[in-house]
Design a protein around this ligand. Sequence first.
Ligand SMILES: *Cc1c(COP(=O)(O)O)cnc(C)c1O
Length: 352
Amino acid sequence: MGISPYVAGRSSLAGQQNVIRLASNESALGPSPRATAAYEAHGASLHRYPDGGAADLRAALGALNGIDAEHIVCGSGSDEIIQLLTKAYAGPGDEVLYSRHGFLVYELAARAVGAAPVAAPETDLCADVDALLAHVTEKTRLLFLANPNNPTGSYLSAEELRRLWNGLPENIVLVIDAAYAEFVGAADYDAGADLVGRAENVVMTRTFSKIYGLASLRLGWCYASAAVIDVMNRVRGPFNVTGPALAAGLAALEDQEHVDKARRHNDKWLQRLDAELKNIGITALPSVGNFVLLRFAEDGGRDSKAADAFLTGRGILARNVDNYHLPDCLRVTIGKDAEMDALLAALTEFMA
Ligand SMILES: *Cc1c(COP(=O)(O)O)cnc(C)c1O
C-alpha cells in the first residue's frame, strides 16, 4: 500500500475534440504503414497462441543490431522487462538504485517486490556516476539507468557508462534502459550493447513504444548475458507478448526508412525548439530524446502550473513532472509540425 500508482500523461480533455497530446512521448509520425498492415492481417489468426519464444522478431532484432538473438528476450513493453528483472533479482531487504530524476517505474517496481528504492542525487539534471557509485551498499541488487533519461533528456556518454560499470561489484545487475536510443545521434553515445557483450551483469532494455510508434501494442525487449536471459525465460509468462505485437514489430523493423524519417523529424524540432524557446525566454534543457523539459520561473505568475493551465486552455497537453521532483518544469513531447507550431504560439503568448 506504500506504492503510489503510476499516473500516465493526460490523453483527453473534457469537451474537446482536437487535443494536442504532448504528454506521453508517443511518436509524432505514428507507426510504419507496414506495421499497421501486419497488425491488421494478424486479425485472421487471433485464435492461435503466439510464438512464446518470439523467434522471428528476435532474429530480426539480432540482425539489425548485430547481436546474438539467443541473448534477447521480448516483453510486453520494456515495462514488463523492468518488472521481471526486479522480481528476479530483488526482494525484501534488498536495495534498488537509480538516479534522483530517473524514470519513475524503477521505484514502483522496487516497492512492488518489497525492496527499498534508493535514489542517488544528480548533477545539473544528469545522472552522476560518482553519486550512483557512492550509494551502492552490500544490499544493492540492481541499478537502473535510463540513458537517455526521461524526463530530463540528458544522457551519459559511453565512457561514463563504462566507468559506472567498472565501479560496480559484479553481483549487481546494471540495467541500461535505452528506450530513446534510436533518437540519439551523439557520437559519444552507446545504447549499451557493447557493454552487454563484455559483461555478465549488464542488461540493455529497448522498446517499440517510442520511435517505432507502437506504444499501444506493448512490445519491448532486452539484450543480456546467457545467465540473465536464462533467468528471464524462467520468470516470464510463456506467452507474454501477443501475436499482433510480434507481427507489427517485425514489419516495423523492416521499415528502417520510416525510422529515419522519424529521427529527422525529431532532430529538426529539437533544433527549432532550442532556438525558438530561447527567443521566448523559456529555458529548455538540452535533450537527445523525443521530448524536452521546459523550466519555468518559480513565481511571478509565469510558473509551470500557470503554463500548464494556459496550454490546457489551448487544447495542448504537456506532462506535469511533480512526481519526478521537478515542480518548476513541464515535459513536452515532439509532435507533428502543426502541433509544434501551436505549442510555440501558445508559449509565446503565455510569456508575452
Ligand atoms: C517510455 C519509456 C519506456 C517504454 O516503456 P514501454 O513499457 O516499453 O512502453 C521505458 N523506459 C523509459 C525511460 C521510458 O521513458
